[in-house]
Write a protein that binds this ligand. Structure first.
Ligand SMILES: Cc1cc2nc3c(=O)[nH]c(=O)nc-3n(C[C@H](O)[C@H](O)[C@H](O)COP(=O)(O)OP(=O)(O)OC[C@H]3O[C@@H](n4cnc5c(N)ncnc54)[C@H](O)[C@@H]3O)c2cc1C
Length: 520
């Protein structure tokens, strides 16, 4: 096994490979295993550090600065949306909550209609969902849900709403509830413990703490990439340069990192869509205080979801999916509203707190065209995501659904996470108040852990950045294999979609590369 920590480099370095993969998350991890198994010499590059279960101590204060982009404090340009994304070997899969859902058929139909993407015949994703499910042990969670999820289930049962027991990518899971801080027993089948070790066994080399800054290209070819080591605080080491040349380049730096890299590299962009149409499943939160202990920090973070409102018949309304998050003190304290005594009182109810979230399905309506990744003066990415009235309206509706659900599940009080809201004692009171809330940026708390788009796939070059197989429409030795290729959000948690798409795209790439170049 070959792992190099770039922060230890003391001189400039040059490497070469058949295929270089930038980013080691859902897309990069699958690609590394597939391509090294096919006999290609693979280099896997990751800006984050190579931490393993020994370092995963189930502590937020360690996990957020070490495993997340911008210390888990990444925000959109106007600070209105908090974004969680991983920055570590395994990417967001190392810190995600293990919910595994196939792409909804409605989403695939929309992509076919709008982007000419036809996932039938040899492009049918079913076989790739099955492969990924087997590889990552994705199975329906057979343990009873924790109380946080059980309240979602019970509320749905009381109201006659649809709900589903979640499939999770775990093996011998101890039901700890700390997936977001890195699994301390390697139960979660993230890329960190599955595809990446397999790729290394097959001869791939992983270089961690290496930030890729630029792709150099000429005519229709990438010539090399430039990267810099980062130090223990993930700051670039300005004095050292790393260059890498390869026959094929796979960008898998996630749905903010990938468009940012391509923008820094000024790659051809005739469709004008590079960095644009970035989607978030913008998410609103509703807290509920129960008489009994909920202890939402313990147990599988997500085991129940409800699709009651994902595909509304009224197209004037965006759909939303209902789930719950894990409830840990720092995560909660930073999202709960109020200051001083008010905040302290709420935190005193921490163990009795049930939290429901509603993920808005963005990207399917003219007034929901997502955000745009732009570069700041240091060439770092910033996501500008203006929230439209259409989305605000969906969020208000989602707050109403969550309050109704939580009271139906037996909540004593509910608290929409909005700066002008307070604890409400019953459903009519909550309904009247939510209908009056001012749905505006920085009053309504909005978060996201699902960043998608920015390098969207399309059948023709005028509608996207890459083709249906993830290959760049203009540069022949460049592919994008991660969540950035999704043309809209999904209406479902994204990891399984990314695994299946990238697996399919790798099989196609292996065939094409076998003609285009000889494996070493
Ligand atoms: C807290 C949390 C919980 C989640 N829960 C779920 C869930 O339960 N189910 C689900 O389906 N999805 C979940 N997700 C989302 C899911 O994990 C992501 O959608 C998926 O991992 C995205 O894959 P990706 O390959 O696009 O990017 P990532 O997995 O984010 O990987 C990108 C990698 O590229 C690296 N990188 C970026 N820029 C550079 C650069 N310039 N040079 C080198 N490396 C770079 C990053 O450090 C990162 O490691 C969750 C995400 C988070 C953060």
């Amino acid at each position: 096994m070959q792992h190099l920590d770039a922060s230890q480099f003391i001189t400039d370095q040059h490497f070469s490979a058949d295929v270089v993969i930038i980013g080691s998350g859902a897309g990069g991890g699958i690609a590394a295993e597939q391509l090294s198994a096919a006999g290609f010499k693979v280099l896997l590059l990751e800006e984050g550090a190579y931490y393993t279960r020994e370092q995963f101590k189930m502590e937020e204060r360690w996990a957020y600065p070490n495993l997340y982009q911008e210390g888990a404090a990444r925000k959109t340009k106007d600070q209105a949306i908090g974004i969680l994304q991983g920055r570590t070997v395994g990417g967001s899969t190392t810190v995600n909550w293990t919910t595994s859902i196939r792409t909804p058929q409605q989403t695939l139909d929309y992509w076919q209609d709008q982007f000419g993407l036809n996932f039938v015949a040899e492009n049918d994703l079913t076989a790739y969902f099955q492969l990924a499910e087997e590889r990552l042990n994705i199975k329906q969670w057979s343990v009873a849900p924790n109380a946080n999820n059980a309240k979602l289930q019970y509320g749905c049962e009381q109201l006659g709403w649809q709900y589903t027991v979640i499939k999770r990518n775990v093996t011998h899971c101890a039901n700890l509830g700390y997936c977001g801080m890195g699994c301390p027993i390697d139960a979660k089948q993230s890329m960190l413990v599955s595809t990446i070790p397999a790729a290394l066994k097959k001869g791939a080399t992983l270089i961690s703490r290496l930030s890729v800054r630029k792709l150099q290209w000429q005519d229709n070819q990438i010539l090399r990439l430039e990267a810099v080591p980062v130090d223990e605080h993930f700051q670039p080491t300005a004095s050292l340069k790393v260059t890498i040349s390869a026959k094929h380049y796979i960008v898998a730096a996630g749905a903010i990192g990938s468009p940012a890299l391509l923008l820094r590299s000024k790659v051809p962009n005739p469709s004008g869509r590079l960095g644009k149409h970035t989607y978030l499943h913008p998410t609103v939160i509703s807290g509920a205080v129960f008489a009994e202990d909920i202890n939402g920090h313990a147990g599988a973070p997500q085991s129940i979801y409800s699709d009651q409102f994902v595909w509304p018949t009224d197209s004037k309304q965006p759909g939303y999916k209902l789930e719950v998050p894990p409830i840990h003190p720092v995560l909660m304290a930073s999202k709960l509203i109020g200051v001083g005594d008010q905040h302290a009182q709420l935190m005193k109810s921490f163990n009795q707190l049930q939290v429901t979230i509603a993920l808005i399905r963005d990207g399917f309506h003219p007034e929901s065209q997502g955000g745009q990744v732009v570069l700041d003066q240091d060439q770092q990415p910033v996501l500008d995501y203006p929230i439209t009235d259409y989305i605000w309206q969906g969020m208000r509706q989602a707050l109403l659904s969550m309050a109704e659900l939580q009271f139906a599940a037996g909540a004593k009080q509910i608290l929409p996470i909005h700066h002008d809201a307070k604890l409400y004692q019953n459903w009519p009171e909550a309904k009247a108040a939510i209908e009056q809330l001012s749905m505006t940026a920085l009053r309504q708390t909005v978060v996201s852990a699902h960043v998608m788009g920015g390098c969207n796939m399309s059948a023709t070059a005028d509608k996207g950045v890459v083709n249906a197989n993830g290959r760049h429409h203009q540069l022949t030795n460049l592919s994008v294999f991660d969540g950035s290729i999704l043309p809209t959000s999904l209406g479902a948690n994204p990891q399984l979609t990314i695994y299946a798409l990238v697996w399919k795209n790798c099989q196609q790439l292996i065939k094409e590369l076998s003609h285009e170049l000889q494996p070493v």
